[in-house]
Design a protein around this ligand. Structure first.
Ligand SMILES: C[S@@+](CC[C@H](N)C(=O)[O-])C[C@H]1O[C@@H](n2cnc3c(N)ncnc32)[C@H](O)[C@@H]1O
Length: 357
């Protein structure tokens, strides 16, 4: 996963991207057709050269993932060595050509393959639903650390009841449910494609009985009222759209052309949905409930200031955690007024085991 994560960090990093689209036309990949009878290793080399020539980022990794996928493996390295040298069948060659053609159109490799791993779960991916980023795995790990030692949330009968705002492919909710067998989750998203994909992934992972997936725009008037019947909640978790509007133009072509802008654009200061979640939270959370958010490194200060301007919400920013690159990216906000004796962990957890990419 770290290998995939490293690639994702490059392909989907915000802002800034390497290479250019160069007005590349889909039909031009036909000029690059490798001859029949090549082995997997030779094909990887051929397509790597084509991708490099066309300025496709992470050329070798893209090529390896595509060839491995067609041969039924997650990574090229996990293929049986015998398969590296074996000539591919015409059908396999054709499939590799088609997938590589999509990559040449700057389609993210996760969409090209149609699936991607998150927290050890294989999730179906389909444009324009947001591709889960490796940073978000750290958010999930942090939530699990906070829940596992048994503060108030873990005492909830049957495990914590979780709301995820903006579920996308379902990555956060489904990975939390897979690790918290007593938990249940409500996952909302305003995008119809996201709602469908979360449903599909829940079925694939056989977690559909513990997740309720609701099409909902949290900015719509009275949206919290739709969620009240599911509460009161122990946790709200979200990786909301948080890109500053001015940064949207600088996103990589992979992102701009294929991912739903509504999954990224957080408004002028990236705070639109963050503020909305914080404003809704007190009505939905238990007294001791927590909110965990993934944000931009500029947001801890902005969110802290915003919460101070809204004492009516009775929410406190109790911890900020850094990502594998050392940037402050994750927030733990608690509903204050927690009963005495309920431990409040204000310390960021230990640094993640993952090596910086
Ligand atoms: C950054 S993506 C996160 C997706 C997923 N949780 C993940 O981490 O891979 C943000 C998601 O929020 C959804 N979203 C954006 N605005 C929303 C709104 N007003 N109400 C509900 N969902 C919203 C988008 O459709 C998108 O799926």
């Amino acid at each position: 996963m770290e290998r995939w994560g490293g690639m994702l960090r490059v392909l989907l990093s915000v802002p800034g991207w390497r290479g250019g689209t160069g007005g590349w036309a889909f039909s031009s990949w036909r000029h690059h057709l490798p001859p029949a009878g090549l082995s997997a290793t030779e094909l990887v080399n051929k397509w790597t050269a084509v991708f490099e020539k066309e300025g496709i980022p992470e050329a070798r990794e893209s090529s390896e993932y595509i060839v491995a996928h067609v041969l039924g493996a997650k990574t090229f390295q996990s293929l049986r060595p015998a398969l590296w040298r074996q000539p591919l069948t015409p059908a396999q060659l054709q499939c590799i050509r088609e997938l590589s053609g999509r990559r040449l159109q700057r389609m993210p490799v996760q969409y090209v393959l149609g699936e991607w791993d998150f927290q050890g779960l294989s999730l179906k991916m389909a444009p324009p639903v947001f591709i889960p980023r490796p940073e978000t795995e750290e958010l999930v790990e942090w939530v699990l650390e906070e829940v596992a030692p048994g503060p108030c949330v873990a005492e909830a009968q049957g495990g914590p009841l979780i709301l995820e705002v903006g579920c996308g492919s379902g990555a956060i909710s489904l990975s939390l449910l897979s690790r918290l067998p007593q938990s249940r989750a409500v996952a909302v998203d305003k995008g119809a494609a996201a709602v469908c994909l979360t449903r599909e992934n829940a079925q694939r992972l056989r977690l559909q009985d513990r997740i309720h997936i609701v099409p909902l725009d949290v900015t719509s008037e009275g949206s919290w009222a739709h969620l009240l019947p599911w509460g009161p909640l122990d946790l709200i978790v979200s990786n909301p759209p948080y890109v500053f509007r001015q940064d949207m133009e600088q996103l990589a072509p992979e992102i701009r052309s294929y991912e739903d802008p509504a999954a990224l654009d957080g408004g002028e200061k990236g705070m639109d949905i963050i503020e909305r979640i914080l404003a809704l939270a007190p009505r939905l959370l238990k007294d001791s409930g927590s909110i965990f958010l993934e944000v931009d490194p500029r947001h801890p200060e902005l969110v802290g200031g915003w919460l101070q301007s809204r004492p009516d919400l009775s929410l406190q920013l109790v911890a900020v955690r850094r990502d594998f690159c050392g940037r402050p990216r994750f927030l733990h906000v608690r509903r204050s007024g927690a009963p005495d004796g309920c431990p409040v962990d204000v310390q960021p957890g230990p640094p993640p085991a993952r090596a910086p990419g």
